[in-house]
Design a protein around this ligand. Structure first.
Ligand SMILES: *Cc1c(COP(=O)(O)O)cnc(C)c1O
Length: 449
């Protein structure tokens, strides 16, 4: 695991730390009793993660969609330091502060006109919970006791808390584990992806049929539709047609159902526009953001909503949104978010994105000719190579690190979503690592027969 070029003392220290980690510290979605290897990161700068043994890896994951500007950015660091000298945290009940007010102003300024109210929370999943609660309270306060369910599309991912899990894909999510506990919602077929075997798919009216039929049938019970706009992320890395989202918006209006758009993964430029819904020119009633909100520095999320939703929730005397996290609107996180949004808007991010997109298209295309590859698809700064069979990360991780890159495939998906500041050479190192590892995977399978 660790390279031998470490001093004996340092090596021993890390061996002990890793042994403790293996016995006592849970990592996401992995066995505690039989944990797979993890790599110790001691620092990070720009697109590079530095490991304890001195190796440097180019980060192809942006720490799960979040580190837009790379790591250890002096502007974000400075924002954190300055705010920590004023007030690091203070309760938000009965008190307020400038970092939160400024952030709300910025968020209202960069999102569509109808979104005028901001609820700050501490992680994406919690933002999704709050968005669901808003939708349910909206109907309840207006005396509609029928609308207690949600509708969504298959292949979605909205987080790991119970409300969020209940709308995640019922097959590749965690429904099986919690069958009798999760709320039962309504699932429409996932929209067609915009490519099939790498070829563009044109819009056909029947693509919305299943969604339209189910909404027509169940709308009296449905409080809201929730979906990820334009790109389904952790539930399958699928890109879909803007017409689908337009039809969803039209149908939600027709049947009086609220529309929640989850921009937690897609927000802040990742798909080529600041928010993905812009590509369909629709406005959500409720929107969740998180992940890249602080440029990957701190955990923070937010739910934005409209006058209509606020008026609905407060339709009865004394009815208010019943939520309030302890660390609501944490000043450090808000301050870093403000700095990150300014950095993004002042940067040539659109050019960076289109350069990344162009390079990913060019350099991942050859993967299509490998036997193990089903499809290559690219959108904005997201490159996806979908395989026929799942890839074993215990097998692939050392192969990627040997090639100097950090990638974390899951299931049948090998994907890259680099920090926007990545240069051509660094991105080239990632794409050639993907090609050469997948080529090896092919040969490996042939050997196994
Ligand atoms: C990651 C993600 C979430 C959950 O966010 P956490 O911060 O991990 O709780 C919700 N929705 C989408 C679309 C996501 O990608």
């Amino acid at each position: 695991m660790l390279k031998s070029n470490m001093t004996p003392k340092n090596k021993q220290k890390w061996q002990e730390l890793l042994a403790f980690d293996a016995h006592h510290v849970w990592h996401p979605y992995t066995s505690m009793k039989n944990p797979p290897p993890v790599l110790p990161v001691v620092s990070a700068k720009g697109v590079y993660l530095e490991l304890a043994d001195g190796r440097k890896l180019i980060d192809g994951m942006s720490s799960w969609w979040s580190a837009l500007h790379g790591y250890n950015h002096p502007v974000l660091n400075q924002a954190l330091i300055e705010q920590s000298r004023k007030v690091s945290h203070v309760m938000f009940g009965g008190l307020t502060h400038q970092p939160a007010i400024t952030l709300a102003q910025k968020l209202i300024g960069i999102t569509c006109d109808n979104l005028q109210h901001v609820f700050f929370a501490d992680s994406g999943s919690v933002a999704v919970e709050v968005s669901i609660k808003m939708a349910l309270q909206y109907w309840q306060a207006q005396g509609n006791t029928q609308k207690t369910r949600l509708m969504t599309i298959r292949n979605g991912y909205y987080g790991d808390t119970f409300g969020a899990m209940a709308v995640c894909d019922p097959v590749n999510g965690m429904h099986g584990l919690f069958r009798n506990i999760l709320a039962e919602h309504i699932f429409a077929d996932a929209p067609m992806t915009t490519t099939l075997k790498g070829r563009p798919v044109n819009w056909a009216p029947e693509f919305i049929d299943d969604f339209a039929n189910k909404l027509a049938k169940h709308h009296e019970q449905i409080a809201a539709v929730i979906l990820e706009p334009m790109v389904q992320n952790a539930g399958g890395m699928r890109f879909y047609h803007p017409e689908y989202l337009q039809q969803v918006r039209r149908l939600c209006d027709k049947y009086q159902v609220l529309l929640i758009l989850d921009e937690i993964a897609t927000g802040f430029g990742r798909t080529g526009t600041l928010f993905a819904y812009e590509q369909a020119n629709v406005q959500p009633d409720i929107m969740t953001i998180g992940k890249a909100l602080t440029g990957g520095m701190m955990t923070l999320s937010a739910v934005l909503t409209s006058d209509k939703v606020v008026d609905g929730i407060e339709a009865q005397d004394g009815s208010v949104l019943m939520h309030g996290p302890t660390f609501m609107a944490n000043p450090l996180a808000c301050c870093v978010a403000n700095a990150s949004i300014d950095l993004l808007l002042e940067s040539p991010w659109k050019e960076q994105l289109s350069q990344i997109e162009r390079q990913l298209k060019e350099e991942l295309a050859p993967c299509s000719s490998l036997d193990c590859v089903k499809e290559v698809r690219i959108k904005g700064a997201i490159g996806v190579v979908e395989l026929y069979e799942p890839i074993d990360t215990v097998w692939s991780q050392p192969l990627f690190t040997e090639r100097g890159v950090w990638l974390r495939p899951f299931g049948k998906l090998v994907y890259v979503m680099p920090p926007f500041i990545i240069n051509k050479k660094e991105l080239g190192t990632i794409t050639s690592a993907i090609y050469s590892v997948l080529k090896l995977k092919g040969t490996n399978e042939q050997k196994r027969g």
